[in-house]
Design a protein around this ligand. Structure first.
Ligand code: NDP
Length: 218
């Protein structure tokens, strides 16, 4: 399934009332999306079990999060930070790993849901790994779609993974059409809320170049 909506919510509610804890991994746990995900998890700890957490080089926060959420695995992408992470988690029973292979290992852990919260193209391989396992993937990392959309969505189709859009516009569209018959949707209109061309007319927009787009700080 490519996306989930009301059904996923109902399933989550049903699972919670049945006392089944959802296994969750957070890729990019130390970032804004990751921290907010873990904050939500901590509000209903009886509903979730944290499996794998990853960061790039922020060892302190990663170790603290892993201990607080009793993660099974903590992974630091920066290999030079591995010893430091290992030292901080010594005696905790939490497994540690590092580097690109460590990120993949985190993504491959058995989980009901994987939050893809790594920023940039670095998120592609780990998120693809989670997808190939047929997981429910909460996709904040839009770069997966921007940099490898065709390959990524084909992997979703092949594996039967569920993609839940977390990025703002994707999620807004997803929520707006939840439960609707796809055949009944004629078109989806996105309006710009920012960016270098926000005030452009249609005629000006028709002539914009990649160079102009790249001149924008974001
Ligand atoms: P942050 O920069 O706050 O966090 C990024 C996370 O990815 C951190 O955990 C960081 O680790 C980790 N990371 C960075 N580089 C690498 C790397 N090379 N390898 C492995 N891990 C890495 O980003 P956000 O949380 O803001 O955004 C995450 C994704 O979600 C982005 O794709 C963004 O576009 C999207 N998004 C963000 C929203 C938001 O409100 N913040 C809203 C909607 C979508 P460390 O802390 O160690 O650097």
């Amino acid at each position: 399934m490519l996306a989930v909506g009301a059904n996923a919510k109902e399933n989550a509610a049903a699972d919670r009332s049945a006392g089944v804890r959802k296994l969750v991994s957070v890729l990019g746990a130390t970032g804004s999306v990751g921290l907010n995900t873990l904050d939500l998890i901590s509000r209903t700890p009886e509903a979730f079990e944290v499996i794998a957490l990853t960061a790039n080089r922020n060892v302190d926060t990663l170790a603290e999060l892993a201990l607080r959420h009793r993660a099974k695995l903590a992974v630091i992408a920066e290999e030079g930070a591995f010893a430091s992470l290992k030292e901080r988690l010594a005696g905790s029973g939490i497994a540690v790993a590092a580097g690109a292979s460590g990120l993949i290992e985190a993504a491959l852990q058995p989980a009901d849901c994987v939050m893809a919260g790594i920023v940039g193209a670095a998120g592609l391989h780990p998120t693809l790994a989670a997808v190939t396992q047929g997981r429910r993937v909460a996709l904040a990392n839009k770069e997966c779609l921007v940099s490898a959309g065709e390959i990524f969505l084909e992997a979703v189709r092949q594996s039967g993974a569920e993609l839940v859009p977390v990025d703002s516009e994707h999620s807004a569209v997803f929520q707006a059409i939840a439960g609707a018959d796809p055949a009944a949707i004629e078109r989806i209109v996105l309006t710009a809320s920012g960016g270098p061309f926000r005030t452009f007319s249609l005629e000006q927009l028709a002539r914009v170049t990649p160079e102009q787009a790249l001149r924008h700080p974001n």
